[in-house]
Design a protein around this ligand. Sequence first.
Ligand SMILES: [Zn+2]
Length: 237
Amino acid sequence: MALPQLSGCPVYQFKPRITFADGTQPAETYGVSIPPGLAPSNVPAPNFIPPTNMTSKLHDVSGHGDRLKIVHGLTVPEFAVTFPNMAQQWRRIGTGAFPSWQFQGGDVFLDVTLTVYILEGDRPQPNDEASRKIYAILMSHELLHVLDEIDIVSRWMPPKVYGDDKVLKYLTNAQPVDDSMFRTWFQGSGFTNWLRDGYWSAERERRKQLRDTAQEYTTQGDRIATLRAEIANRPSH
Ligand SMILES: [Zn+2]
């Protein structure tokens, strides 16, 4: 019996899917400025954490001690490739002990889950203008990273990955995948790892470096130090 084949190439599309781990918040909260290109609905609610947790997050992300002494804010993305309907998007072909699988098409999500961490000590106090300004400086900076992370999976990545060898072979041309590869690559994390390591990681690192220049830290640090001094010198009431 001949293996059933698709009559043509599968119709499919890489689509971005953005998830905010802690939800979103109204754009203008505490005077946070939204960078051009970031939708007001895409302003994440921050996750406030103590300094020790921030330090361990930094080590998770960079794998080594950072050049910064104190980090007040950090945007952490998690990347994954998802077939939203595995049962319909992959068909078992052949029978017996050695089945194969063939891609049928549909949406393939480039998922990014974003968490924005801000130091607990920088939580804005509603009755304290200086603390709100500090928060706005920190959050406005993190939103630049959020914009980059969204842009990578929305605009940068799709045109790149359509030309990828494995994508062309197993998705575009729907070559059958043996059962073991299907399990590890498409049910498991193999395909996610392939696209993360081959495309996503380097690009996000590149953009992160562009945002986190020494100059940016100095400017941000000076503005915060000025505001902190304002708080410290305020007459008590
Ligand atoms: Zn930064």
